[in-house]
Design a binder for this molecule. Structure first.
Ligand code: TRP
Ligand code: ZN
Length: 864
């Protein structure tokens, strides 16, 4: 064991209001690559008698401390440590000026103020402001910020940006220029932002419902203006949509977005000055896929929506993170659905929950959407807090209906505007406007884990009654029963949908007991029960269903999610049966026929057909098992792909020809189907027709969706054309890093015995860069989700990933920690793999200066 001190945990129950409040902050930055000077003047007010003032601050050099114009003396008036500055005997009200120096160029962790690719840029959420200056770095301290930025007037930094409105700018006598910003809205320090650099700027404007003219500015790297239009249009759509659907308008005179090349996450909602990973801003059809466009629109919306849900109303403490993230993801999902294809969106959101959130719940880092214990806050930007958090908000929406839900939002905002709130405040607002009792519902906030639902039914011909009995269980034994909204449809064998008088108009049943029976009348025959319409709750259905029932649901359910989900259940059952019986994968012939018919149907929605053909991923299938049969999963997923390619061959050709005949003219849905077809077809290596189809689609240079779809199909199926297409793609795009990320990812996600060696080589390729998170995610995070190759029996996949994590431990712990997650489920693997991982993780744990991010996760994985 190493001698280093274990990082300490913080507990939600220990929350105490701050002993001091910071009312306003005046910041002056003298930007310099390695020696940036920060002068920070705070107006502070005591809240608690007798307390010392303890300010957070790390990794910088303290120059001086002045209280009400009196310089303080170290050791006498104040004391400092690695992480804090303690001021003794602070008065009731005072001004405190701190001067310190930071080194932005050395900041490879990309938290606090950093310089990369010639740009000064900040990232303060969650606890990064403490790397900039001493402060009360907690979200319940709301201050008004005035920021002055000084930088060399040498052409490298024409834009000096911070939150709020620009008050003034000018030049100094000693070769600097400056800009002064003021943000009138009190905010927590995690929403502070500073950017300095040289950009191209796309300008536009938006007039709010109240008639306020808002100036919109989108800053991108020089030369990239032609790829900024879609992001700007998305911003204006977001602003209009939030007014229309939520009655919420923008509140400042200016809204700025800066796209940067080095960023740990997607984007950041800093007040009036969003900072974005360039990959969620830049998009044109030749270099970005349809999915990239959809992601840009979603992330632009997400950060914009935070202005009300996150910024105007913020979080009291970081345990409440889902208060802003779950709600904002819900708003983003609704925006995307209203803008595009609602059913397709919903299905894709459900896939994320099932593959990634259920996986998180089943592993050692499982946590409630409002966790009780945190070591490193950066570890909690999870699919549970974000996506399950959004599902919990969605359940409230389902229980209350749109009208009462919107009234609840208005109530929440009017109560909490300008304050730091809790999840409890949110639920109370919903309760107040609806009169609905949500006591039991609150368990969704406090209990981790995925509820498991099973349904049995009883038909009584004599009195035409039909009753269903629903039982809930949990993978976490200490959980109390949840309040679960379950939307159902009843369908007769002939496809008629029945709506009994006892069933609410929207089909909603509320399950609150461990086991509960619901009675319905007016049935001439026993119907097929289709539960969980629109995925009305984030739960697992554990019943093994008759194929014939699932086929009926696929054919006749009115809810598109239910139709899709029934097919998914058929796939999953076939795959599990094949593993458990060690038999070849077999699908019911009725399913094959339904898929053939869908592919040939000119009138079917091509996007839905594509989604029906989306078979479970290896990772997704693994969540179905407590003990994960790695080899079995790899085998059956391969077999299912081959089976569908064979059984649907003619129909796939026909559908591909139909959709590709329109190519770029066809819409997103058509391209989805083209890509799905070409992917199945590419497993036929000897067909001249298939080779031609791949080449033809790869030549559609106007559409990256089609070009990349063809490349991916060839590479993932190890088609003989793969090598040549990879080379051509590389020479076409080697100057475009974001496009080369796709080239890296497609190779890292190939289910082939050669993939690991390929990834090893690519780490030395010029397109890869250990300093840029996007490159690491494209190559290494992609590989970490390549289930069968990560879990290679010889342990080479584990060793590759662990080596990368070690390399990133000090350079960028946030990124390192993301790579670690897929390795934590070692206790669910076979004994050989367990032994391999146990040894590697033990060795990692003993590493000197192990980052708290990694420490927390490794400890959790050894805990139970
Ligand atoms: N609040 C950001 C969002 O929801 C998340 C985020 C961006 C973030 N950058 C970060 C969180 C860095 C932690 C660290 O979009
Ligand atoms: Zn967010």
């Amino acid at each position: 064991m190493s001698l280093q001190l274990a990082p300490t945990a913080r507990y939600r129950k220990d929350y105490k209001p701050p002993s001091f409040n910071i009312l306003s902050v005046d910041l002056q930055f003298y930007l310099h690559d390695t020696n940036t000077r920060v002068v920070n003047t705070m107006q502070i007010e005591r809240q608690v008698e007798g307390a010392d003032l303890v300010l957070d601050g790390e990794k910088f050099e303290l120059v001086s401390v002045v209280l009400n114009d009196t310089p303080l003396v170290a050791g006498q008036d104040y004391q400092w440590s690695e992480t804090a500055l303690t001021i003794y005997n602070a008065p009731e009200q005072f001004s405190l000026t701190i001067e310190n120096k930071i080194n932005p160029s050395a900041n490879t962790a990309l938290e606090g103020l950093y310089k990369s690719a010639g740009v000064f840029c900040s990232q303060c959420e969650a606890e990064g402001f403490r790397f900039i200056t001493y402060f009360l770095d907690r979200p319940d301290v709301l201050a008004v910020y005035t920021t002055t930025i000084y930088a060399p007037d040498n052409g490298e930094y024409p834009y000096l940006l911070s939150n709020g409105n620009k008050l003034a700018e000018g030049k100094t006598e000693n070769g600097l220029h400056w800009a002064k910003w003021h943000d009138p809205f009190p905010k927590p320090c995690y929403l502070f932002a500073l950017v300095a650099g040289n950009f191209d700027c796309l300008e536009d404007s938006f007039t709010t419902a109240e008639g306020r003219l808002v100036q919109l500015q989108l800053f991108v790297d020089k030369g990239n203006l032609s790829q900024a239009g879609f992001a700007m249009a998305s911003l204006k759509n977001s602003m209009a949509w939030d007014e229309k659907r939520f009655g919420l308008s923008y509140d400042l005179d200016i809204y700025m977005i800066v796209a940067v090349d080095f960023f740990n996450m997607g984007a950041m909602e800093n007040k009036g000055l969003n900072v974005f990973n360039a990959k969620y801003v830049l998009a044109d059809p030749a270099s970005a896929t349809d999915q990239d466009f959809i992601n840009v629109e979603a992330v632009i919306g997400h950060e914009y929506f935070h202005n009300w849900t996150g910024n105007r109303v913020t979080c009291r403490d970081w345990f409440q993170l889902s208060l802003k993230e779950g709600l904002t993801v819900f708003r983003e999902q609704e925006f995307s659905a209203d803008m595009g294809m609602r059913a397709v969106n919903r299905i894709q959101d459900v896939r994320i929950i099932r593959t990634h959130q259920f996986e998180e719940d089943a592993g050692p880092t499982a946590h409630a959407i409002r966790p009780d214990k945190v070591v490193e806050m950066n570890n909690f930007y999870t699919v549970t807090i974000y996506n399950k958090g959004a599902e919990v908000v969605r359940m409230l929406h389902t229980l209350l209906g749109e009208e009462q839900f919107q009234a609840g939002i208005q109530e929440y905002i009017s109560q909490q505007d300008g304050k730091a709130a809790t999840c409890e405040d949110f639920v109370q607002a919903m309760e107040k406007v609806s009169g609905k009792e949500l006591i039991q519902f609150r368990r969704w906030y406090s209990q981790p884990g995925t509820p498991e639902i099973s349904i049995s039914s009883c038909f009584k011909r004599r009195n035409k009654t039909f009753s269903i009995t629903i039982a809930q269980a949990s993978d976490k034994p200490s959980n109390a029963p949840f309040h679960i909204p379950i939307k159902v449809e009843f369908i007769t064998a002939s496809g008629e949908s029945i709506h009994p008088p006892e069933l609410a108009e929207n089909g909603l049943i509320e399950l609150t007991e461990p086991i509960q029976t619901f009675d319905f009348t007016g049935f001439n025959e026993a119907p097929v029960v289709a539960p969980l319409a629109n995925f009305s709750a984030p739960v697992k259905l554990t019943d093994h269903r008759e194929s014939s029932e699932l086929i009926t649901i696929t054919r006749y359910a009115t809810d598109p999610f239910l139709r899709w989900d029934a097919v998914q259940q058929l796939y999953v059952q076939a795959l599990k049966d094949a593993i458990e019986q060690n038999a070849e994968v077999a699908l019911p012939s009725a399913l094959i026929e339904a898929l053939q018919a869908a592919l040939l149907d000119n009138h079917a929605d091509p996007a839905m057909t594509a989604l029906l053909l989306q078979t479970p991923s290896e990772e997704g299938l693994a969540t179905e098992f407590h003990s994960i049969p790695v080899e079995g999963i790899e085998r059956v997923v391969t077999e299912l792909h081959a089976l569908l390619s064979r059984a649907l061959h003619d129909e796939l050709i026909a559908a591909w020809q139909r959709t590709s005949a329109q190519y770029v003219a066809s819409d997103i849905a058509g391209r989805m189907l083209s890509n799905t077809c070409i992917n199945f077809l590419s497993s036929r290596h000897n067909s001249e027709q298939v080779a031609q189809a791949i080449s033809q689609q790869f030549a559609a240079k106007q559409s990256m969706t089609l070009v990349f779809g063809a490349l991916q199909a060839a590479v993932h199926n190890e088609h003989p054309l793969a090598k040549e297409l990879l080379a051509r793609f590389e020479s076409d795009w080697c100057q475009a890093p974001l496009v080369m990320d796709k080239w890296l990812a497609v190779q890292a996600t190939t289910r082939s015995a050669h993939t690991l060696e390929r990834v090893q080589l690519l780490m030395a390729h010029p397109a890869f860069n250990w300093g840029n998170p996007n490159r690491i995610y494209a190559l290494l995070a992609s590989f970490s989700h390549n289930f069968s190759q990560l879990h290679r029996a010889d342990g080479a996949g584990y060793r590759l990933l662990i080596a990368a994590i070690k390399r990133l431990n000090t350079a960028n712990p946030q990124v390192a920690s993301r790579l670690l997650s897929p390795l934590l489920k070692w206790q669910r693997l076979d004994t050989t793999r367990q032994a391999l991982l146990r040894e590697l993780l033990t060795e990692l744990r003993a590493m000197p200066n192990l980052a708290p991010d990694l420490f927390e996760k490794i400890e959790q994985s050894f805990a139970d």
